[in-house]
Design a binder for this molecule. Structure first.
Ligand code: PLP
Length: 441
């Protein structure tokens, strides 16, 4: 048995997500504390967390006692009550707060525990809408190759990435249609923008016609996509998708699980494209990870035909998570963290651009505080870097006190939105060293 170094428990009894067992046997790092943009391990070693908890939720940074206090107060007042037939105050207040900051006509909200549940709820809400309108044939969902929308069976069904988590669980729910992603650096059609005439968006119409438009319920996509590394589509992309959806009565679900709550320098990622979604999904930055929370939001038109929403989770509209989220949103507003994401994002991106001199750095990109380096073994052909070399860079960085993560062929960065120039400079220096060392090898 592998006793953890803290003596606090055994790390081989705890099942870790997507972690090789031999890594667990070697002994994994136990993170015990966080403060600001830094976390500390069981030996007291400090790391700059350049990925906000690695899955990127911790927008307001670590050590926010006022969120803990809000959760504590709510637990004392009312820890739980059913989401059926009864409402609770924090959930009502959070719905009001979200209606003010979410894009345009998004106005009604249902709270769940995480991003996957938010995506499941959005898919079900879209089908429910069509069903109640008498459009009972509409069940298919259009998703994009390279997309990630979560880990529950419904969310895996629309996963556009080749991952064991999908393959092991197949067969999944039927009715997913995959279209290509906008990924200009390695365009799936081998075209280049703007001469491509936005084929990645326009081709969706051809696929819809083939699949029978009357069977399609919704299109889902992240406004800026994590697969390939924080990829922002060309500026006209979402308008074209919206027009196609409108032509065929297809609902547009925008997955804001990562982009939402300031990650890209605006409250929501779709604001960069000035397009009105019918539904949005949220999680991560909604509570900065202090408590589990996800949400689906939709326009009044989506809810209009739904007399009763036939969907239930015991912990839906959870009062304590909603109270924590309200305090989190208050902090984001009070400290202008959306603006800081935009400002520091620009500064960070400029710093990353200086790394483009490295022979293996293919493209650097980013929107707000969501940035990435796409590596290549050949700048002309843009052939991707072998994934194990990216892992080596991540391991080197960790030894030097910097936590970063891989996203496909890229390195991805999504620090807490409170990050300042000095921390960015420190992180860039370590990154530069790690890339140089890996290239020398
Ligand atoms: C865009 C997107 N949607 C959905 C999810 C699923 O969220 P969760 O892991 O909270 O279930 C994720 C998770 O990373 C995500 O990035």
């Amino acid at each position: 048995m592998n006793k953890s170094k803290t003596g606090a428990g055994s790390d081989d009894r705890l099942i870790l997500a997507r972690t090789r067992r031999d890594r667990i046997r070697e002994g994994v790092t136990v993170i015990t504390k966080g403060e600001g943009v830094r976390v500390f391990d069981q030996d007291g070693k400090s790391y700059i967390d350049l990925v906000a908890g690695v899955t990127r939720p911790v927008h307001v940074g670590y050590g926010r006692k006022e969120i803990a206090q809000a959760a504590y107060d709510q637990m004392c007042e009312l820890p739980y009550f059913t989401p059926m037939e009864f409402a609770n105050l924090p959930a009502m207040k959070l719905a009001d707060a979200l209606s003010e900051i979410t894009p345009g006509r998004i106005n009604q909200f249902f709270f769940v525990c995480d991003g996957s549940e938010a995506v499941e709820s959005a898919i079900k809400l879209a089908r429910h809408h069509h069903h109640n309108k008498g459009d009972k044939k509409r069940y298919k969902i259009i998703s994009r190759r390279g997309a990630y929308h979560g880990t529950t069976v419904g969310a895996l069904g629309i996963l556009g990435t080749v991952l064991p988590m999908r393959q092991i669980m197949e067969p999944l729910s039927s009715g997913t249609i995959f279209v290509e992603s906008p990924y200009c650096y390695r365009c799936p059609f081998r075209l280049s923008y703007p001469h491509c005439d936005l084929l990645c968006a326009k081709d969706i119409e051809r696929i819809i016609q083939f699949e029978d438009p009357e069977q399609i319920s919704a299109f889902i996509g992240e406004p800026i996509q994590q697969g390939f590394g924080a990829y922002a589509p060309p500026k006209e992309y979402w308008k074209v998708v919206r027009e196609i959806c409108d032509r065929y009565g297809i609902l547009l679900i925008v997955d804001e699980v990562i982009c939402g709550f300031g990650r890209t320098g605006k409250w929501f990622g779709i604001e960069h494209y000035d397009v009105q979604p019918d539904l949005i999904t949220m999680a991560k930055g909604i509570s900065s990870g202090y408590l589990p929370l996800g949400a689906v939001g939709c326009t009044d038109e989506v809810m209009e035909p739904i007399e009763t929403f036939h969907h239930l989770h015991t912990y839906a509209n959870h009062p304590v998570s909603c109270a924590a989220a309200l305090k989190n949103i208050e902090i984001i507003k009070r400290e202008n963290l959306v603006e800081n994401s935009s400002k520091m994002g620009t500064y960070f991106l400029e710093g990353l651009k200086s790394l483009e001199a490295h022979p293996t750095v293919g493209e650097v990109r980013g929107t707000g505080l969501w940035t990435a380096i796409d590596f290549t073994v050949n700048k002309k052909t843009r052939a991707p870097f072998p994934p194990n070399r990216i892992i080596h860079i991540i391991e080197r960085a960790k030894k030097k006190g910097l936590i970063i993560k891989t996203m496909g062929q890229a390195l991805e960065f999504a620090p807490p939105l409170i990050i300042q120039k000095e921390e960015i400079d420190e992180a860039l220096k370590i990154l530069d060293q790690c890339i140089t060392e890996e290239e020398k090898k």
